[in-house]
Write a protein that binds this ligand. Structure first.
Ligand code: IMP
Length: 193
């Protein structure tokens, strides 16, 4: 029987990305799969802190080994904002389009459009905590392009490409993205054991 591991998310895009990468050896369960309907508090002021909070919540309340991710878009000219506040940059409604437009608005008149996505994955397994980081550098563009992906994908062009993540689609995004890098490190760790 496949080993089970909870991924503390209900974001179907992330779930698919991560299931794609982790392959067949693990059955990855979402929060919905374990009947966790809570909106797990993300009250830390770092990506590492929030990823750990989510993984610890599942371990404490459900007793299951678990990993969680937290991602931030860090825009150089905005002093690395929205960063850990990427989900609620335009308010508590966590409206992805409003967040994206706020970034474009804040960047008006600036010369430097460089940015990066940074993901931290926190794993709690066999009583031990481990952290894995992934980063992708790139730049923000002034108008939205593409329909794949989610969040800030339509305005982010990864370095070495001329299309946004939303234009490149899942297949390419999953080989080069911040989350892919962090999850590949997680995979290596899990498979080494
Ligand atoms: P979280 O990791 O789900 O807390 O994500 C924080 C914010 O970053 C949310 O607004 C997401 O929409 C956005 N985000 C997370 N991962 C990605 C990504 O791969 N592409 C674009 N936006 C993302």
């Amino acid at each position: 029987m496949k080993k089970q591991l909870v991924f503390a998310t209900n974001n179907n895009h992330k779930l698919e990305e991560v299931r794609d990468i982790l392959g067949d050896s693990y059955q990855i369960l979402s929060l919905k799969d374990i009947h966790c309907l809570e909106d797990i508090p993300e009250t830390a002021d770092t990506l590492e802190g929030n990823a750990l909070l989510k993984a610890q919540y599942v371990k404490t309340h459900y007793g299951l080994d678990c990993f969680a991710d937290d991602t931030g878009l860090e825009v150089t000219a905005l002093n690395n904002a929205p960063g850990v506040y990427s989900a609620r940059y335009a308010g508590e409604a966590k409206d992805a389009k409003a967040n994206l437009r706020k970034v474009l608005k804040e960047l008006e008149g600036k010369d430097d459009y460089s940015a990066r996505f940074r993901t931290v994955v926190a794993l709690i397994k066999d009583g031990k905590e481990s952290l894995f980081e992934g980063v992708v550098n790139g730049e923000i563009i002034r108008e939205e392009r593409g329909t794949a992906g989610f969040g800030y994908d339509p305005v982010f062009i990864p370095q070495g490409y001329s299309k946004t993540f939303a234009e490149l689609g899942a297949e390419i995004k999953n080989t080069i993205s911040h989350r892919a890098e962090a999850v590949n490190k997680l995979k290596q760790f899990l498979y080494e054991k």
